[in-house]
Design a protein around this ligand. Structure first.
Ligand code: CP
Length: 342
């Protein structure tokens, strides 16, 4: 297992092939912990992990908490509703309070893009040892979701050895509200990073043409792309054409809370054009799995029948794989440069 050099995990644009390999290998090993009698490892005993969710969550917060507990860490959960934010304390002062209590890793979700990045910068400028793990910031990034999706797909294509190579030359089609999706952005980095070719499908209002260039320019402050040979990104606005030849389909929630103007004519038309159903999956020309990060709008981006069809839907796998994936990320951040739990 290679060394791990990331102090913070903000997005996946800086991840190398070795980083993906390390996460997938470790996740495979941690997956077995849930089948042991104690369901726990002592790996992070004495470490303090704090979840700071300024935006709502079901899956991510709970699975980070469970992942930390499975590694025997102490866990603190911050709740906006019962915090001193209501007395006028600023988010930064709130965060500094948790750092003063000794948090080794702060897992943060915020509806504003760049809050985790700005916080990591503040921490580094002030020589603080705490790691920041982004659990979703605005439209920008949701790295743990991108990595659990990667593990789910790699496990589907290669159950005995889920590795980055499992994704090489696979055609993955992502359908829906790409514009507002931090999950789509994270998946674009990870899937192309492992050599998959991604097709994006959606209306122009939710999928601007610029997305075809998404990975071509490294983000501000980053000189080089750590991946030398990325897979391609193609936009195809016809669902029938986009699905043809796909190896897997990922559909995304319509994020109505992030739409500032009326970006859709109506939901029935959206479902008719972009909703994933058994009938439309026939356009793939073979049986393919369907992923969705959740939460789901049943009957809009995906039919209830697909959701309940365990021979097609990998959504339950995504949820359960979230725990070992997040165990890996916590383990790697807490043990930078000594990455071996055995
Ligand atoms: N996929 C995801 O981020 O779900 P939650 O908002 O429930 O955490």
């Amino acid at each position: 297992m290679s060394n791990w050099n990331h102090k913070h995990i903000i997005d996946l644009s800086k991840f190398s092939l070795d980083d993906y390999k390390t996460v997938l290998e470790l996740t495979t090993r941690f997956q077995d912990v849930s089948t042991t009698r104690s369901r726990k490892l002592p790996a992070l005993q004495g470490r303090l992990i704090t979840t700071l969710f300024f935006e709502s969550s079901t899956r991510t917060r709970s699975s980070f908490e469970l992942a930390a507990k499975r590694l025997s860490a102490d866990v603190q959960n911050f709740s906006v509703a019962t915090s001193s934010l209501s007395k006028g304390e600023t988010p930064l002062d709130t965060i500094l309070t948790y750092i003063a209590m000794g948090a080794d890793i702060l897992i943060i979700r915020h509806d504003s893009t760049n809050v985790p990045n700005d916080l990591a910068q503040y921490i580094d400028d002030n020589k603080i040892n705490t790691s920041i793990l982004n659990a979703g910031d605005g439209f920008h990034s949701h790295p743990s979701q991108g990595l659990l999706d990667l593990f789910t797909l790699a496990s589907f294509f290669n159950p005995n050895n889920p590795s980055p190579e499992s994704l090489l030359n696979k055609k993955i089609t992502i359908v829906g509200d790409i514009l507002h999706s931090r999950v789509a952005r994270s998946n674009l980095w990870s899937l192309t990073g492992c050599g998959a070719d991604v097709t994006l499908c959606g209306p122009k209002s939710l999928l601007p043409d610029e997305f075809s260039d998404f990975v071509l320019n490294p983000p501000p402050g980053q000189k080089n792309d750590p991946i030398t040979h990325r897979g391609s990104i193609t936009i195809n606005r016809s669902l029938k054409d986009a699905l043809r030849g796909s190896d897997a389909v990922m559909t995304l929630r319509l994020q109505k809370e992030r739409m500032h103007q009326n970006m859709l004519t109506d939901l029935d038309t959206y479902h008719k054009n972009y909703g994933i159903t058994h009938d439309r999956l026939k356009w793939c020309e073979k049986k393919v799995p369907v992923l969705h990060p959740g939460p789901v709008n049943r009957g809009i981006e995906i039919s209830s029948q697909i959701l309940e069809d365990d021979s097609i839907s990998l959504i339950k796998n995504q949820v359960s794989n979230g725990i070992p994936t997040r165990m890996s990320l916590l383990y790697l951040l807490a043990n930078r440069n000594i990455a071996d739990p055995s």
